[in-house]
Design a protein around this ligand. Sequence first.
Ligand SMILES: [Zn+2]
Ligand SMILES: [Zn+2]
Length: 197
Amino acid sequence: MGRKNSRGHLLGTVEAVAARWDVMERLALAFSLGPAYEACLAATVEGSPRSKIQAGSANTELRKITLNLALLEPGREPDRNATFLHECAHLLADLAHRRNCRHGKRWKQVMELLGEAPLVNHDLAYLSPKLHARVTWACMACGEEYHYVRKPRRRPQDCYCRHCGPRRGRLRVVEPPRQLELDLPLMGTAEKKAAGF
Ligand SMILES: [Zn+2]
Ligand SMILES: [Zn+2]
């Protein structure tokens, strides 16, 4: 499918990938953006073996789109295409307006131009923090779980459940079902305890 290199799996240019995935017609709806459209077509698409919970990202400066390799598995084509167009919209908006448009109204306009709903967050079960958690803590009072894709620096006894507070909401470690090699920021938000035990 593509050349493997140290940074990721090269999938090709946006133009080649769009043609292969049959979304060129959708992308061409942004033809009116002129040079931004041309630059987007020439950008690089990579599959990232390191991404765990992030579906994709776009780096306008490097003219590069990165997609989670999990999106390339059979049966996930609609998610893959939606993520690809979402990231293309970042390149198109940023290049057309010569600034980082993030998920602001300029990006939303491009999404609408592409016929996509301007949604920011995905809801893909196979990219959930829960599935990729290396460490999970659970509240001993309410059972709320806190998932961390990277080992937290704090200990569970130094934190407490945000719903139950420092007195009732003590946390215990839930044994993970499997060990994963991960490298992503914390996803849970158990609060730091005000005073030690
Ligand atoms: Zn985005
Ligand atoms: Zn709780």
